[in-house]
Design a protein around this ligand. Structure first.
Ligand SMILES: [Zn+2]
Length: 404
């Protein structure tokens, strides 16, 4: 038995600085299909209900027709994601379910007599047989009195949104075992993407978050992509500019969340000690800083063990990787080649130079077992110089001498 605390090398990559220039769009197609819809947890503890690669309408405070106090999250992947999973954002109790099949007058008449449907010029399948759900019809012929299409509503039981209601609209199906009164876990699949009661737009999830006092919130702020609010009466140009801003924030967020999920490796065994090699990049220039949290190993007496890191450039000629090490409060302990005054009680650092451009190596002797954040940074000295930059980061936490 080993007495080493596993302290799994929690290597997380988090987007920090937005880039000055517009990041190239990162279509969902570049993500492996099997991981496109996996659950992703935000730093605030909420699970993303659906990938945010295709946002098309945010919060509009108008009376009458322009009114839209929700976020429309477009389907991603083949066929606009029709039939793909939508997840509960937190542990919650189901308070409402409405499906076209059960009440066509209210939720829309299911479109069952066609195999294909056109929405916003896209030719889409009208139905599919989905394991566990049977034949799922994705669309309705009309809006229905309620204009919601298929819906599921949940009252959140814990966390940031405790007491809030989550309302998911336009869904095509819900898992058969769910019913009003049942409790679902954060990340649990509660619906499938659809286009019910959507006649003039592509399939999407209309996500409405309602506070305990009955106000609909700007969902973008909760998801960490900033406000999506468009002032009433805004022209097309302003509306497009606001959408571009939160869509870009969403791309950066999605890249960071996926990166983190890759690094944590859903099924990979965690190495307790020894070198960990991470090949990474700046997501085609969408990120300027990649952040990795490293927890020192401790020996049998509870003392933190020294470790080492190195970074070397693999690709991208016009940039050089630069290292900064912070504590988890974001205070810099080490920048480039020098320790800061904040470092004194936490660790000592020694920078080694190989003399080769594009390489850096640092030895860390921690004074506490506190995790630190290693940041690999690309300086924006040259416009998009780091777009094709890739690097190899090696975090080496030597195994303690008496470990088994
Ligand atoms: Zn909507």
């Amino acid at each position: 038995m080993t007495r080493i605390h596993p302290a799994l090398l929690l290597v997380t990559a988090v987007a920090l600085g937005p880039v000055a220039t517009a990041a190239p769009p990162r279509p969902a197609g570049t993500v492996k299909p099997d991981s496109l819809y996996r659950p992703l947890t935000l730093d605030n503890g909420l699970v993303l209900p659906y990938p945010l690669d295709n946002l098309f309408r945010g919060w509009v405070e108008c009376t009458g027709r322009g009114h839209h106090k929700a976020l429309d999250i477009g389907g991603v992947g083949d066929d606009y994601g029709l039939g793909t999973p939508i997840r509960a954002m937190a542990r919650a109790r189901i308070v409402d379910i409405g499906l076209p099949d059960d009440d066509p007058k209210r939720f829309g008449t299911p479109l069952k007599d066609e195999d294909r449907v056109t929405r916003s010029g896209e030719d889409l399948p009208a139905w599919r047989d989905i394991e566990g759900y049977g034949r799922v019809h994705f669309f309705t012929k009309d809006y229905g009195a309620h204009r919601s299409g298929g819906l599921i509503a949940m009252k959140v039981l814990e966390g940031l949104l405790e007491g809030h209601e989550l309302r998911y609209l336009h869904i095509s199906a819900i898992p058969k075992h769910l019913a009003i009164g049942k409790v679902v876990d954060a990340g649990e699949i509660v619906a499938l993407m659809g286009g019910t009661a959507v006649l003039d737009a592509p399939p999407h999830l209309h996500l409405d978050i309602v506070s305990p006092d009955g106000r609909s919130l700007d969902v973008g702020r909760i998801l960490g992509i900033g406000a999506t609010r468009v002032p009433c009466g805004a022209d097309q140009g302003l509306t497009a500019a606001i959408r571009a801003r939160y869509s870009k924030a969403a791309r950066i967020l999605m890249a960071a969340l996926r990166n983190r999920a890759e690094e944590e490796g859903d099924n990979e065994p965690v190495k307790l000690c020894g070198p960990r090699i991470i090949n990474d990049d700046f997501d085609d220039g969408a990120l300027r800083i990649q952040r990795y949290v490293v927890e020192p190993l401790i020996d049998a007496d509870g003392n933190p063990l020294p470790w080492e890191l190195s970074v070397s450039r693999i690709n991208g000629k016009r940039w050089s990787p630069r290292i900064q090490i912070d504590d988890l409060k974001g205070q810099a302990l080490f920048t480039g080649t020098l320790s800061t005054s904040k470092a004194k009680k936490k660790a000592s650092f020694k920078s080694h130079s190989s003399g080769k451009r594009g390489e850096a190596r640092v030895s860390i002797t921690p004074k506490t077992a506190e995790p630190m954040a290693v940041k690999v940074m690309a300086w924006p000295t040259h416009k998009r110089a780091y777009r094709d930059a890739t690097y190899r980061l090696v975090i080496d936490r030597p195994c303690p001498p008496n470990s088994e």
